[in-house]
Design a binder for this molecule. Sequence first.
Ligand code: NDP
Length: 276
Amino acid sequence: MRSNLSPRLILADGHEMPQLGLGVYKVDNDSARDLVDFALQSGYRLIDTAAMYDNESGVGEGIARSGVPRDEIFVTTKFWMDDLGYEKTLAACVKSLKLLGLEYLDLYMIHWPAPERELYTDSWKAMEKLRQDGLVHSIGMSNFHPEHLNRIFEIATAQPAVNQVELHPWLSQEDVISYHATRGITTQAWSPLARGQILDAPELSEIARSHEKSVSQIVLRWHVQRGYSIVPKSVRPERVLENSLLFDFDLTADQMVTISGMNRNFRTGADPNDRN
Ligand code: NDP
């Protein structure tokens, strides 16, 4: 078994998070169990799920089955927008822990700000309580624009550790990234492969050939060299493995510039303000 294949990022709250993780969106419980087990056996140490994915029990079974000690694994889940609000957020966390079969989460996230509901600041206070009570080690959010983060900072007593946003060479999110840098928030990329849609881009295949790597590995390596955490998803074990083999080569400065130049503000998912 290989372990520690991914570098670790130090979060603003002092906890360490592996840079590479496995995402399990649109994976059912049985497949999640097998994939999480396989990924952990292959050296992955971060698993990214969510209540909305409806596979937390499968993820928990995979963790247990892998035999990897709990304290070597970084487990993230998120609560969906129906659980925004102070009491609902507390209850949602307890439910997720039960389904996962875990005593604590490494990172708990507000999945979506749903700004028109005006409840995410209440949820943040609940997140701080969960952290204080030891049920979660780090707290963060997903799909928050700088304007939403500003409202969190107005009321927060605990630092947001991570904001997980859609991010890939077609959507570089420079405004969000520079906001994170000024606030000490770690950036985590969801759909780091643009849901696979970017893998046919000709400028990427040329770079892939020059390194004898796959296009997927080139895109993921671009994220790594930008300093982002990534949670690519595949239901195929051979691709799960392929997506982890990122730490034995470097893209040149010119190749980084070429890939960064592909931005066209293309979202595969909704704009955070448009989902309420
Ligand atoms: P990704 O960008 O990870 O792309 C996944 C797609 O790419 C799948 O179709 C997969 O196909 C394909 N793929 C993966 N690896 C390879 C490879 N090596 N070669 C060729 N094709 C490949 O998209 P996701 O939307 O799944 O995002 C990743 C994770 O991000 C999710 O699983 C979830 O954890 C998180 N996420 C979070 C969101 C949020 O709101 N916070 C929203 C969306 C995602 P196949 O499976 O058939 O291999």
